[in-house]
Design a protein. Structure first.
Length: 409
């Protein structure tokens, strides 16, 4: 039987060297995981080993190191592709992260196809990186970006979605998990309904890939965007998965080396997948580090990990429920371990600063989701977001610190 109890979070915590430090003289409680996760030693060492032993440019070299670097880079692609169950490694494009992946699809898939009057449905809770690229494509083509309304519990209004979905809908682009509120959206249902209406779906997996099993084939999704740094890998590297026929039908993204087959002043031809979308020297060390993060995650019982994270959320919600003046924002029935909240009488930034002085790292503000904040009539929240290495002691310390914050308000 899988349970939270079978997951040893303290042992996992020991895998992450950064967490051993003190801040402001206090042991660190790191609860800013939705912004970026910490990195296990295995990832740090993989990057170090790459630079100490392997570093070379990929794909074109005639020497041993070039071979090693190419092998390491392509092994990393296969690992990351396998992690999301991509049918082939070449359907996994390495990008800088979720933002670049979404921009790639907006510019290379959407923009050439959109016509005046076409609609792109986006989530009312969306991160700005899943709004603005569509607005840019819409502005250039006369299409419209239409938000899917959000309920009082921070869930997508599925009746409204059904009504908005129609013959004008070309694309549905939404997050699997809301970074601002933690809500898990019913993406499988949304994808099948969107497909039935003839629309293509991009899922922003930035907040889901580290916490939930994301299987692109089971979901039957057209595009999946994600960031390495939110799944225990390095910054500056991420992925775009795409359905093969869609990727192959798209013009290249940036022009340069790596992405061509032949170049002449008369006629240039482009490489096939995935290189067509990977102009220039890639972030080789980043890819290697992301591959190591996938290996690390593979060594973990994912069901027990998810049960542990759910138990942390339940623990935090119980303590929040007993705290006067604690206003939880976002009460979705299905959510990851994210607590977005306000304290009566306390500006989120002040709460964040007072928590920091006690060693507790949280994020405050609009979380790059201003329309979501507007929906709830607030400028921002305090957000505590948990990861696999957080412990029940972290939850206790967080609430002890919050009680102290309240004495200053
Ligand atoms: N989408 C969501 C839901 C996010 O949480 C984030 C990062 N906060 C992004 C997109 C953007 O990711 P990145 O900055 O890594 O490109």
């Amino acid at each position: 039987m899988t349970s939270a109890a079978s997951f040893d979070a303290a042992a996992r915590r020991a895998d992450f060297p950064l967490l051993a430090q003190t801040v402001h003289g206090q042991p660190l409680v790191y609860l800013d995981n939705a912004a970026t996760t910490q990195k296990p030693l295995a990832v740090i060492e993989a990057v170090e080993d790459y630079y100490k032993r392997i570093n070379s440019n990929v794909h074109r070299g005639a020497h041993l190191l070039a071979d090693r670097a190419t092998t390491a880079f392509e092994e990393a692609r296969a690992l990351v592709a396998g992690y999301i169950n991509s049918p082939t490694p070449e359907q996994l494009i390495f990008t800088r992260g979720t933002t670049e992946s979404i921009n790639l699809v907006a510019q290379c898939y959407a923009r050439p196809r959109l016509q005046p009057g076409d609609e792109i449905l986006v989530s009312g809770l969306a991160h700005h990186s899943n709004i603005v690229p569509w607005q840019m494509a819409a502005e250039a083509t006369g299409a419209r970006v239409v938000p899917i309304p959000v309920t009082a519990t921070a869930e997508l209004d599925m009746d409204a979605f059904g009504q908005l979905l129609g013959p004008r809908t070309r694309l549905v682009a939404l997050e699997h998990v809301s970074n601002a509120m933690g809500s898990i959206h019913p993406v499988a249902d949304i994808i099948s309904r969107a497909h039935a209406a003839g629309a293509v779906v991009l899922i922003d997996g930035a907040q889901s890939v580290a916490h939930l099993e994301v299987d692109v084939q089971a979901l039957d999704v057209d595009f999946l965007a994600f960031s390495g740094h939110k799944m225990y890998g390095p910054t500056g590297i991420g992925g775009l998965f795409g359905r093969r026929e869609l990727l192959e039908s798209m013009p290249p993204w940036q022009g340069g080396g790596e992405m061509i087959e032949t170049v002449s002043f008369e006629r240039t031809t482009y490489a096939g997948l995935p290189y067509r979308f990977e102009a220039g020297t890639p972030h080789i060390a980043g890819a290697v580090g992301l591959g190591a993060a996938v290996r690390y995650l593979r060594g973990i019982d994912r069901k027990a990990m998810a049960a542990h994270e759910d138990a942390l959320l339940a623990h935090a919600l119980e303590l929040a429920g007993a705290m006067p003046g604690f206003r939880l924002v976002g009460r979705a029935a299905h959510k990851v371990a994210v607590l977005s909240f306000l304290l009566d009488g306390g500006h989120p930034h002040d709460v964040g600063t007072l928590l920091d002085r006690q060693g507790v790292a949280v994020r405050t503000g609009h979380h790059c989701a201003q329309p979501a904040m507007a929906r709830f009539g607030i400028p921002g929240t305090v957000r505590a977001s948990f990861a696999l290495y957080n412990t029940h002691e972290d939850v206790e310390r967080f609430f002890t610190a919050l009680r102290k914050v309240q004495t200053f308000l």
